[in-house]
Write a protein that binds this ligand. Sequence first.
Ligand code: NAP
Length: 258
Amino acid sequence: MKLFDLTGKTAVITGSTKGIGKAIAERMAEHGANIVVSSRKQGACEAVAADINDNWAKSGNRAVSIPCHIYHKEQLQSLVEQSKAEFGKIDILVCNAAVNPFHGSALDIPDTAFDRIMECNIRSNSWLCNMAIPGMIEQKDGVLIIVSSIGGIRGSKELGAYSISKAADMQIVRNYAVEFGPHNIRANCIAPGLIITDFARALYEDPERRDNRESATPLRRLGDPDEIAGAAVMMASPAGSYLTGQTLVIDGGTTIQP
Ligand code: NAP
């Protein structure tokens, strides 16, 4: 058995046209998985799927594009159904897409922004897992990965609601790990620190904030999407077969700096 082999597996990855999700899609394809590339924009999904087919999927596997806005339950259902129609099953589900429409004091967040964060980052992840799990129970095999954040394990003055949602992701995987472990379904979170993607641009393009974060991080730098993708491959492959219910922090040491 090869520890990092995903041959014959199908991975559905939300938010996989950019940043962390795209790196996970590429690296899972490199390790042999069929990939469903998904985000809100059809053109972006098609371009990334084509690039994966040209450059990453080299062992008879392939990538397809299935756009989906994670807020909409019917689009999530269609993502699951179309993925099964394309590849017959879903073995690996990566709930990576998330939203954060508000930066600022907890006193100022509009109800609409608070609700949107909870709906997309908590409810939609739960919906999507619930849609994939019955097939995983049938095949007695499945991997759920939620991309959380170190925001979920620390207090925050300006990303409060987002951080609540990211803490909830960690509890979601504990619940699924306990309930569905007997069916050989594993559920884990990855909690990245600051990774260079469009999502975090506001945090690292400000030189003072970037300096502060880098000096508060033992490795003295921000992270790269591939440094998250490797952990996702591990969690989905035989290398991670006894890992469940956990949150793996990947942050260059930010959260352990005294
Ligand atoms: P990113 O580079 O901005 O990519 C986000 C991806 O999600 C894109 O493919 C985007 O494509 C898609 N997306 C956005 N909203 C969506 C929606 N409502 N429905 C479906 N797809 C949607 O972001 P990222 O930094 O890689 O973030 C990925 C995950 O990592 C998020 O859960 C984020 O909270 C987490 N994270 C990031 C950092 C960091 O520093 N970057 C740190 C901790 C945690 P479309 O625009 O085409 O929809």
